[in-house]
Write a protein of this length. Sequence first.
Length: 442
Amino acid sequence: MAGLIMAGQLILALAILVTFHELGHYLAARAFGIRVEKFYLFFDAFGKKLFSFKKGDTEYGIGWLPIGGYVKISGMIDESVDTEQMKSEPQPWEFRSKPAWQRFIVMIGGIVVNLILGYVFYLVVLLGFQKDYVTMDTVNQHGIIVGPVAEAIGFEEGDKLISLNGETHKRFRDYSSLEAMFGGDMVVERDGEQKTITIPSDYFKVLKNNKGAFIDCRSTVWVKELSSELDYATQAGMLPGDEIISINDTALKSYSHMVTLLWHAKEKTVPVVVKRGGEEVSLTSQVDTGGRLGFRPKVIEYPNERTAYTFGSAIKYSFKESWDVIYYNVVGLGKIFSGDVPAKEVKSIIGMASFFGAKWDWQRFWSLTAMISLALAFMNALPIPALDGGHMVFLTYEMIVGKPAPERVLLVAQYIGMAILLTLMALTMGNDIWQIIKSKFL
């Protein structure tokens, strides 16, 4: 059942994003009088489809292969590689008959829609689910919590955060973001003096390998629900609503402190103290190989000292969240090419499904859907033939030199691009399947 819930969430997210992405192409094409022959959610591979109907010049349908979708635009070399159509005389309603600037807008339409969707979904999350945030004024009253890996580069418990890479932030989460994980300078105040701590550019590797806290603020951790896949917490006697007081005889300071303690106790049995109904209850639980007990936490940071998002601040921070996703996709791709990040870390749709979790959580769903939408915008903008970005490169060339690239070049590029994408898809899916096999059976 857990697998079905994860798959269901991923399919719904992809259905929303693919439909709107293709709608961006469709509306732009129709605005310029270009005929759209097909509009499909998912692929009707080998001519098989779940459902279709025709209205006007367009066939609308749902394919059986849930890995994307497409619009077939008349007079365009695309995934269908319809060479027969290209042999006929160009018609006024065809893509190839329109000026290059109009065709460019048609190709960028899907990317623009994904950017807008990602922003809107983040706005929904901030206003409808998160609703408030921890300010730096609150955190600095108490000082930060640091884990061993943060302590190793110079942070100390109780430090007050002043700036990150020369910028000050009002929200605490902006200091513990990917910007810090990928390196930079953090200015802290300690004993009345300001000190600059340099975070190495490969610091994200240290965090990944050690599962240690970077920096955190004080928080309480509660058992929100027990896992249906890992039952150590259930066997230990934990119940939803329990507050975790200590692990392995160490008082808990924050959520990331708990992650650190469990990581260092993996594959061991540890004492756990919880507060239940105003009383402390002592339990004993096994920790799995990934440093987990088998419960989904509810984390409460300064419940009485949080600041609510206004509509204006939500608009501002939604833009920041969106920009960060795009920026760190660029940074992450660069680190893959430089060898800092192994290519096997790239996830296919199989690996992405696990991010949604075995329980349906709308806040997590919309957050991940926003992130995927922005990642799709970035990936589609890459100058790879068969992607929107590849088409845009050829159209830019045409606008500069005043004539289109030869049709044979476009056709060969489409084949090459499709081969690259199918190969990457096969490799990433194969890696994700292997990781599942290793975790379950080896």
